[in-house]
Write a protein that binds this ligand. Structure first.
Ligand code: BES
Ligand code: MN
Ligand code: ZN
Length: 497
């Protein structure tokens, strides 16, 4: 879709569809009121005739307008004016694009963002328009011979703003960020929706290399198993040895600032299929474990997005990629391995594999002397039990970093909720035979997983985001969500914009 900013006046507009907002009790937004006047009260009349109240997400499509260069008008309910929050605004945008999609319009002009949204500025509203529209229109079609939907006619959306340099500039920034974030989310969804037999660790590595070719300031290195062996990554390799697919550590280095500036390191779990290993998972919904690489895919896309937005930062992305399968050579419960950091780990459950990949990657991250390290991982089912599927779980050894991530989540509508990682929990990771065990028992599973990671991230400010409940949707609309790309992108943007 082509998005652009326009500051045309209403009577100069020619388009297939004009999108206008209205509030509860059919109160019109200023531009809707203008247009209503322009066409002799048509809007007021039809809203009333059809009893459309203006609840958030109500839509009414007026399919033909007499004597106008505007072919259609799509009216979108925004709820009560005083109560218009970011979430409600997004709901209205979703309704708008759903209706527009089926309308037959080839292009549209939207003025929805003229509505005032609590605590949000114009840039945010524009950015959300692009994000929500692209997000709603996305469909996974790659592996279907025939798509069930008819092809989308709509190809261009103009966003109407007032003239005035500041307005236009703000809108342009929102547009640029929105395009980049929407694209990043779609990349993640495309990759993550691919099944494990296609999206293997090598496939992920190839995608990273492709991204590297697109941006001059983005370098991509792929470490193979021999390299990991040399580094002493015994924990990571122990997971990989149960799989016939070779493991890869994908390293992306984006240099947008001077090489004296220490980087932000992002780490993403890249398990391309998690059967649990010898501690095999039950069969029901096991297909969803193809999504166990969503963290990794999000990191690939976020680093590419930093390059695309030319953020004046140095950002490193690390994605340990492997499968976790049962095999004669796989980890067995009771096995003891030695991590890169030197700590020995007793593997009491081979299904707690994510932390094994991540602990060696966290040790590797230290060589960058990072300002902060953020890892994102579909790490625990326990996180879904604790928080449900709305926020991601956040755990951190640094309050300021945690606060920044929470704020970024709020701004980006990709929320996180913090859980404690007090020392008290470390008890649960005690092993009779090794320095620590890889599971902490049934209580507080999301937390003990993070406590495990915290043992390997003592040398820097670190945060862990458990995206088990947010990276994909289960049930009828099963599919990757593209989260936490908005969160990570916002965190980076907040450092510089
Ligand atoms: N990838 C899973 C976590 C997961 C489970 C994500 C369900 C989304 C939905 C992870 O590798 C795992 O298997 N974790 C175990 C840990 C347990 C053995 C301590 C879990 O959550 O059951
Ligand atoms: Mn697992
Ligand atoms: Zn896993």
């Amino acid at each position: 879709m082509d998005y652009s900013i326009s500051s045309d006046l209403l009577d100069q507009l020619a388009c297939d569809c004009l999108i206008l907002g209205f509030y509860s009790k059919r109160k019109l937004t200023p531009r809707a009121a203008d247009f209503d006047q322009h066409c002799q009260g048509l809007i007021t009349r039809i809203l009333k005739r059809d009893g459309v109240e203006g609840k958030a997400g109500d839509t009414l499509l007026i399919n033909q307008i007499a004597d106008a260069k505007i072919e259609r008008v799509l009216l979108v309910g925004l709820g009560k004016r005083e109560e218009l929050t970011g979430t409600i605004y997004r709901k209205a945008l979703t309704a708008a694009i759903q209706s527009l999609k089926g309308s037959g319009a080839r292009n549209a002009v939207s003025a929805l963002h003229e509505a005032e949204v609590k605590e949000r500025d114009l840039g945010w509203k524009i950015r959300q328009t692009v994000e929500v529209f692209e997000h709603t229109l996305y469909k996974f079609t790659k592996l279907k011979k025939k798509s069930d939907d008819k092809p989308l006619r709509l190809s261009a959306v103009q966003l109407l703003t007032d003239e005035g340099e500041q307005q236009v500039q703000e809108a342009e920034i929102g547009l640029r960020q929105g395009r980049a974030i929407a694209k990043g989310m779609i990349q993640v969804r495309e990759l993550a929706n691919l099944p494990g037999n296609i999206c293997t660790p090598s496939y992920l590595a190839e995608q990273a290399e492709k991204l590297g070719k697109l941006h001059k300031k983005l370098k991509v290195k792929i470490l193979d198993e021999a390299d990991l062996e040399k580094l002493g990554m015994g924990a990571f390799l122990s997971v990989a040895k149960g799989s016939r697919q070779p493991a890869k550590l994908i390293v992306l280095e984006y240099q947008g600032a001077s090489d004296k500036v220490k980087p932000i390191v992002l780490i993403g779990k890249g398990v391309t299929f998690d059967a649990g290993g010898i501690s095999l998972k039950p069969a029901a919904n096991m297909d969803e474990m193809k999504y166990d690489m969503c963290g990794g895919a999000s990191v690939l896309s976020t680093v590419a997005l930093a390059a695309e937005l030319e953020l004046p930062l140095n950002v490193v992305g690390l994605v340990p990629a492997s499968e976790n399968l049962p095999d004669g050579n796989a980890n067995k419960p009771g096995d003891i391995i030695t991590s890169m950091a030197g700590l020995t780990i007793e593997i009491l459950n081979t299904d707690a594999e994510g932390r094994l990949l991540l602990c060696d990657t966290l040790a590797y991250a230290a060589r960058y002397e990072p300002t902060v390290v953020i890892d994102v991982a579909t790490l625990t089912g326990a996180c879904i039990v604790a928080l449900g599927r709305h926020p991601s779980g956040l755990m951190s050894n640094d309050d300021e970093l945690a606060a920044r991530i929470i704020r970024a989540g709020e701004r980006a509508c990709d929320p996180v909720w913090r859980l404690p990682i007090w020392d008290d929990y470390q008890e649960q990771l005690k092993s009779n035979f090794a320095d620590l065990a890889n599971i902490g028992g049934p209580d507080g599973g999301a937390i003990t997983a993070a406590c495990f990671l915290s043992r390997f991230s003592k040398d820097y400010k670190w945060a862990h985001v458990d995206i088990a409940g947010t990276a994909w949707k289960t049930g009828n609309d099963k599919g990757a969500t593209g989260r936490p790309v908005p969160l990570l992108a916002q965190y980076l943007i907040d450092q510089v914009w």
